[in-house]
Design a protein around this ligand. Structure first.
Ligand SMILES: [Cu+2]
Length: 491
């Protein structure tokens, strides 16, 4: 689970491992720089969620930054691909760390395999365009410009090549930290997280390679709102980690292009927030606002172990567009502070799973035309856990008088195909299940795609003494095609 670090910094790490140094770059004397003979240093760049080590310097240096723009296809969600444009091969781009007073010699390279010209506007630069005009670079070329880091703070950088919104929407943003002269106070963990909104022509989680949708972007109707560029980039095995009582610092940015983030970590209170990335801080904060093209530094620790869910508290974005990440804190229970009984699954939904392995196996098999009923059942089991079990319970038994049982359900087994309509349109009114009357409301689950509905129902129909039918994605498609205004399944 080693996280990828840019080629350049891997080299540095390799060197420092051999020489036994901690991660820090080797200063050399700059030849002939005139009056000020300051050391020249190659910046260590890291991929998210990693942050380069502190500069540990008490005086300014000349810092060389080499950043390569790479256009590449990556997963934006399970079974969903997107052509990202990146600074350093990741979304967000490589993290840069310098010190106030440093002179930064910036090299922007545009990979020869790329199709588009790009440039960079760093919000930490004082000068027109933040570097944009001087860094405009065609594929296969390299630009160089130099700036002095006058102000300390955490700053967003982004591409500013027309159409600017499209370059940012495709993932072209990252952050540069300009340390104050005395550095930041030491902590146990520093992490790098950035939110972004994404506009695919398909709906949320619609499978396959999804093109960018300019109209949705202009209308500010994202299909995804994500931390670190992909759904699940910070959950399961990739969750951020810490131990109880450790000090955690997160550099949290927002690339936009459109949305403002209401950043919150469920179950923690930020001890300190450097709001808007500035030099003042606020104490004891629940939710902090991160403007588009802005950032904050949040610091906290937690004495209580468990999974902490990071969200954009504009909450549909978290549960229906992907803006959800996990911080896993290990350590002994602290019953005096919190009694226990974790409710992760309620918050996480289908993301509570470490990864949706069975779901991706099923979606690959469906693409290749080799989908078996067992693939569907496995995938359906994972999806049921997050989508249906809150009401119908993990064992399908339901709750008396409130949620009808799916286990051995006379209602379900009498007409399995009818259940497709129930999932797509919801169900209200009196029904009789296993001799008991229910008169309640099931909300529409129409956010599920055709494969998901088919797999969930196939799982349900083949579990808990149900009679074993199989539902296909084309059955669901046909049902969805019928007018949505048609009455839901009859009782
Ligand atoms: Cu660009």
């Amino acid at each position: 689970m080693s996280r990828t670090i840019s080629r350049f910094s891997r080299l540095i790490i390799a060197c420092s491992m051999f020489t036994g140094f901690i991660l820090s770059s080797q200063p050399t004397r700059a030849a002939g720089t005139g009056a000020q003979d300051i050391p020249t240093i190659h910046a260590i760049l890291t991929s998210p969620p990693n942050v380069p080590p502190p500069t540990h310097r008490s005086s300014p240096a000349k810092v060389i930054v080499e950043l390569e723009v790479v256009e590449k296809e990556m997963a934006i969600s399970e079974g969903v691909k997107y052509m990202f444009w990146t600074f350093g091969g990741t979304v967000p781009g490589s993290f840069i760390r310098v010190r106030q007073g440093d002179t930064v010699e910036f090299h922007l390279k545009n990979n020869p395999g790329n199709k588009m010209p790009h440039n960079i506007d760093l919000h930490g630069v004082t000068g027109p365009g933040g570097g944009a005009a001087s860094s405009f670079t065609a594929p296969g070329h390299e630009s160089q410009f130099t700036f002095k880091a006058l102000n300390e703070g955490i700053f967003v950088y982004h591409c500013a090549t027309a159409p600017v919104g499209m370059h940012i929407a495709n993932g072209m943003y990252g952050m540069i930290l300009v340390e104050p002269p005395k550095g930041l106070t030491p902590v146990d963990h520093e992490y790098y997280v950035m939110q972004g909104d994404f506009y695919t022509s398909g709906k949320y989680r619609e499978k396959g390679l999804q093109p960018f949708d300019m109209e949705k972007a202009i209308d500010e109707r994202p299909s995804y709102v994500l931390f670190n560029g992909a759904e699940g980039s910070l959950t399961g095995e990739k969750a951020l980690t810490a131990k109880t009582d450790q000090k955690i610092r997160i550099f949290i940015g927002n690339g936009g292009p459109n949305l403002v983030s209401s950043f919150h970590i469920i179950g923690t209170i930020f001890d300190k927030v450097r709001y808007e990335g500035g030099s003042n801080f606020q104490k004891n904060v629940q939710t902090t606002l991160i403007p588009s093209g802005g950032a904050a530094v949040v610091e906290f620790k937690t004495p209580v172990p468990g999974s902490y869910v990071m969200v954009d508290h504009s909450i549909f974005r978290a549960f229906n567009k992907g803006a959800l990440a996990i911080l896993k804190v290990d350590g002994p229970a602290k019953k005096d502070i919190y009694s226990g009984k974790e409710l992760d699954s309620v918050y996480l939904g289908d993301r509570a799973q470490a990864n949706l392995g069975a779901v991706s196996i099923a979606s690959k098999a469906a693409e290749q035309g080799t989908l078996t009923i067992q693939d569907q059942i496995n995938a359906g089991a994972q999806l049921f856990a997050g989508t249906c079990s809150v009401c119908h319970q993990t064992n399908g038994a339901g709750l008396p008088g409130v949620f009808p049982p799916l286990a051995g359900s006379t209602f379900l087994n009498a007409n399995p195909q009818r259940a497709i309509g129930i999932l797509l349109h919801g169900l209200t009114g009196k029904i009789n299940v296993n001799g008991n009357e229910f008169d309640s409301v099931m909300p529409s689950m129409s956010q599920l795609n055709d494969d998901e509905v088919a797999n969930i129902l196939t799982y349900v129909l083949n579990s808990w003494n149900n009679k074993g039918a199989r539902i296909s994605a084309s059955d669901v498609k046909a049902e969805r095609a019928k007018s949505v205004t048609a009455a839901p399944a009859g009782h």
